[in-house]
Design a protein around this ligand. Structure first.
Ligand SMILES: C[S@@+](CC[C@H](N)C(=O)[O-])C[C@H]1O[C@@H](n2cnc3c(N)ncnc32)[C@H](O)[C@@H]1O
Length: 306
């Protein structure tokens, strides 16, 4: 039988179209960083031929050599038949147009909190108020802390994760973006090992999928670290610890920006006395709430008997 991933293309442009067609023949999931089959094809080809992902029309006409075609076929075969996301195969991805290194110890960056950082947390953070200190809890690849440091150029950022191997990836990304002097990576179980500073903004994209949903996820998710995805029966084990502890780590004017995705309803149901503020995302995604210092303090005080 003919190998279904044998390519017949000659140029870069032909490769992008042929690979797009091939990817579309299979039930692949694109929720991991790069969002569509054509974007994946273009990224893969640019990676293999050593061009930037936004290569121009002149480059698209370049001929591929046999070694490049062979490498494309190997990647394509793995992408289709092992259902590994392209980012893990290449060891890198784009997030908000910027490059981030990834490996099997971190989730592939795709949090919609990036959109909020890009909008400087409007309307939750006053335009004119400077942002001095930021904490990115459950940082994984470091992506959110790094984007925040790039957006708020006068800020100091702490990024933390419980997994030392994830922190290694975060440190690599911090160095790649030249932010060693402004970002500190801390190994910590939620707040436990943090130095005790106060932050203007805490961002967190913790694991929040209920363990019972593990078998419902597309195969691509099986390559992601389970402790980055799942958090107890209702998905809220880590999110609740983040909310309860936040007031001790926030300035009084500070905010907590917390992603809980589809566990939003479960969170609201657990705290019926609080009307959570949910951020409306322009580019898709759901389940990001914003809590003030006062709200976090109140929730901590009224639930601390638990
Ligand atoms: C959903 S991933 C998010 C990664 C990154 N913030 C992003 O948006 O791509 C969750 C991360 O939380 C970390 N994590 C899980 N349990 C934790 C805990 N108890 N304390 C700190 N980090 C934890 C995992 O190691 C993983 O890197």
């Amino acid at each position: 039988m003919k190998n279904p991933t044998v390519l017949s293309c000659n140029t870069i442009a032909e490769a992008v179209y042929e690979i797009t067609d091939l990817l579309q023949k299979y039930p692949l999931n694109y929720g991991h960083g790069i969002q569509t089959s054509i974007d994946e094809a273009a990224y893969l080809v640019s990676f293999v031929v050593g061009l930037p992902p936004d290569f121009d029309g002149q480059s698209a006409a370049q001929l591929l050599d046999q070694a490049e075609i062979d490498r494309l076929q190997v990647f394509l075969h793995k992408r289709i038949f092992s259902r590994t996301s392209l980012a893990y195969l290449l060891g890198e991805t784009l997030f908000l147009g910027m490059k981030f290194y990834v490996n099997e110890h971190v989730l592939i960056p795709c949090s919609p909190i990036a959109e909020m950082i890009d909008d400087r947390f409007f309307p939750w953070w006053p335009d004119k108020l400077s942002v001095r200190r930021i904490l990115d809890l459950c940082t994984g690849s470091g992506c959110l802390g790094i984007l925040a440091a790039l957006e708020f150029k006068d800020s100091q950022v702490d990024v933390s994760d419980v997994d030392p191997q994830a922190l290694q990836v975060a440190s690599k990304n911090i160095a790649f973006h030249g932010l060693e002097s402004r970002i500190n990576a801390v190994l910590s179980d939620v707040y436990e090992q943090l130095p005790g500073d106060q932050y203007d903004i805490i961002v967190a994209n913790p694991p929040y999928v209920p363990v019972s949903e593990q078998s419902d996820l597309p195969s691509e998710f099986s390559h992601e670290p389970a402790h980055a995805l799942f958090a107890g029966e209702d998905g809220l084990d880590i999110a609740k610890r983040i909310i309860f502890g936040a007031s001790q780590f926030l300035e009084q004017k500070g905010i907590l920006v917390l992603e809980v995705g589809q566990s939003a309803l479960a969170l609201q149901a657990q705290f019926p006395l609080y009307d959570f503020m949910w951020h409306e995302l322009e580019h898709g995604g759901e389940g990001i709430c914003v809590l003030t210092y006062d709200e976090c303090k109140q929730i901590f005080e009224t639930n601390s008997v638990e």
